[in-house]
Design a protein around this ligand. Structure first.
Ligand code: ZN
Length: 246
């Protein structure tokens, strides 16, 4: 509730104007970007959307992101900064054992997702299967190399348990592979959810990989053409927009 109150109260123009001179330009405000050197303003603030965006360096976000970036603060510290500015009381409370467990679980899911993301990328670029099927598909569809790298596109091998077994061998627990939706555990064994697909990692606002989308490339496959990670402790579909992080 406190976080919501801070976000609702913080006025983006007001917050940014403490650091940047803004001039009204139509419905938006314009100023010199504080995050890169520029002589002509390309730093835009939208009061109606509550966000800022620099068309020079690409930095953007809401009032909390601005304070994090500008003042080099973490998320909780940035919230406290804004709370102080708007006289909103922040009640600190100790985490319960259950909350600590939940946080640890979230962190474990983020770690295993990051591992899978590197694995898929490595497969796309370095394995024969990934290059022949995945990379050639992206090239054919006109994806440039820099775009493939930027969006961290990857490839999941056809082998039934390629990721699941490699991850376990690398020390990751099946529990978190399953909870992240990367692995499926059934009576017939453990296997990968994503197989023979080009992979699109889905990033949260802070840039962590929280889920994946995969497109199958076989035309005769009896499975869904597009497949996404299921909801998890870190991936809430209604709260994420693909590409928002960028
Ligand atoms: Zn900029």
């Amino acid at each position: 509730n406190t976080i919501q109150r801070i976000i609702d109260t913080a006025d983006i123009i007001d917050v940014v104007q403490d650091f940047v001179n803004l001039k009204k330009r139509g419905v938006n405000y314009l100023g010199l970007c504080p995050f890169h050197n520029e002589k002509t303003p390309s730093f835009t603030v939208s009061p109606s959307k509550g966000i800022y965006k620099c068309f020079g360096c690409g930095k953007g976000g809401n009032a909390v992101n601005f304070i994090m970036e500008h003042e080099h603060l973490g998320y909780p510290e940035a919230l406290k900064y804004l709370a102080k500015k708007y006289n909103i009381e922040v009640v600190e409370k100790e985490q319960t054992v259950e909350e600590i467990q939940q946080q640890n679980e979230r962190e474990s899911l983020l770690i295993v997702s990051k591992f899978a993301n590197s694995y898929f990328q490595e497969n796309l670029h370095k394995s024969d299967e990934g290059r022949a099927i995945g990379l050639s598909y992206f090239k054919e569809r006109g994806f440039r190399d820099d775009i493939i790298k930027k969006f961290e596109l990857g490839y999941s091998p056809e082998k039934r348990d390629a990721l699941t077994s490699w991850a376990q061998k690398s020390g990751y627990k099946l529990e978190f592979l399953e909870k992240s939706g990367l692995s499926i555990v059934s009576e017939t064994g453990q296997y990968d959810r994503f197989r023979g697909r080009v992979m699109f990692p889905i990033h949260g606002l802070s840039g962590n990989v929280i889920g994946f989308g995969g497109r199958i490339l076989k035309t005769d496959a009896k499975t869904a053409k597009y497949l996404n990670s299921p909801e998890s402790e870190i991936y809430h579909k209604s709260q994420v927009l693909y590409g928002m992080f960028y």
